[in-house]
Design a binder for this molecule. Structure first.
Ligand SMILES: [Zn+2]
Length: 235
């Protein structure tokens, strides 16, 4: 069975929640073959693409695919161009590993920044968060992951060798380790500290603690432990 229709008539889940039906202006809807409803191929391809994104299941992919085909053609073109540009025009900085259009990145190129301090983070998104703070004026190094024996991630699998090379060639006096307060983040911080400290470079760790407005009652153990460890004297 192949259905077409002249206007949007119905949109919803048929047969419980198993089949999504969508009647669209002169558009091939779905065909029934051996009792299975199939989407037209362009929609299937779009859904497959959306399902490659994190946290997107079949239902959300279908919703996004149908939303996309209802968008203005110009908006869809801009969307597609943005996807291609983000992939094609962006690279990782050869010094710090941050995501950038130019190599080295604008932070590494910025002569006004304090080149004696490097702040080590897991992910490029962490740099954006820290930069929003406007309080830090040193350099960064992005690991692109953390050490994880369970997942088989060792020092060579993340951006650690390039950090060590940097410390040998640049005049760095302090390395601030800002990996997340997870078991892997803590293990990575410990590993880096033991690796860097013998070279006479100061290694510090961000004090992780309770977020503003959070109740101690609801804080997990790692947060509480870090909050106590990172305590400061009240002036
Ligand atoms: Zn850089």
């Amino acid at each position: 069975m192949i259905e077409t229709c002249n206007s949007i008539l119905k949109m919803g889940f048929q047969d419980g929640s198993r089949f999504f039906t969508f009647l669209f202006n002169d558009f091939l809807l779905f065909k029934e073959r051996n009792g299975i409803y199939l989407y037209p191929e362009p929609i299937t391809k779009l859904m497959d693409s959306y399902m490659k994104l994190p946290g997107i299941g079949a239902k959300t992919a279908a919703r996004l695919a149908f939303f996309t085909i209802n968008m203005k053609e110009d908006d869809v073109t801009d969307f597609a161009k943005a996807l291609i540009s983000a992939k094609r025009d962006l690279n990782y900085c050869s010094i710090c590993g941050h995501i950038t259009q130019d190599d080295p990145c604008s932070i590494c190129q910025d002569k006004s920044r304090d080149r004696s301090i490097i702040l080590v983070v897991e992910d490029p998104k962490d740099v954006i968060s820290l930069e929003k703070m406007r309080e830090y004026h040193g350099l960064y190094h992005i690991l692109h992951g953390v050490l994880s024996p369970i997942e088989g991630t060792g020092p060579e699998d993340i951006n650690i060798p390039s950090l060590i090379r940097r410390l040998q060639s640049e005049e760095v006096k302090e390395v601030i380790i800002a990996t997340n307060a997870t078991a892997e983040g803590e293990a990575t911080a410990m590993y880096l500290s033991r690796l860097i400290r013998p070279a006479g470079i100061k290694v510090t760790r961000l004090a992780h603690g309770l977020s503003v407005g959070s109740d101690i009652e609801y804080a997990d153990e790692i947060t509480l432990l870090k909050a106590v460890e990172g305590r400061r004297e009240i002036e």
